[in-house]
Write a new protein. Structure first.
Length: 88
């Protein structure tokens, strides 16, 4: 039996790719940083960009996009961009 270790960033890219294939428009990531500071990552499938914010801001962004009152570009300007996990 072959047991391969894959770094966390590789696993996340594979999950993103799977969700892209099934056309998941937006994805929310809950991670260790979420537990620490109650922030979450929101990812747009088409732009492959991410923002990070608190629960209320993420929910407002999703609602705005869903209702058509806000575009991803507007959300990305309003919320901080997420470039990578904060490491200790």
């Amino acid at each position: 039996m072959l047991n391969m270790f894959k770094p966390q960033h590789v696993l996340m890219k594979q999950r993103y790719a799977r969700n892209d294939q099934i056309a998941t428009a937006l994805g929310i990531t809950v991670d260790f940083q979420s537990v620490k500071d109650n922030t979450f990552t929101l990812r747009d499938r088409d732009k492959t960009k991410q923002v990070r914010a608190n629960e209320d801001d993420i929910l407002k962004a999703i609602q705005g996009i869903d209702e058509g009152s806000e575009t991803w570009e507007q959300v990305a300007k309003r919320l901080p961009a997420f470039e990578g996990q904060e490491l200790e």
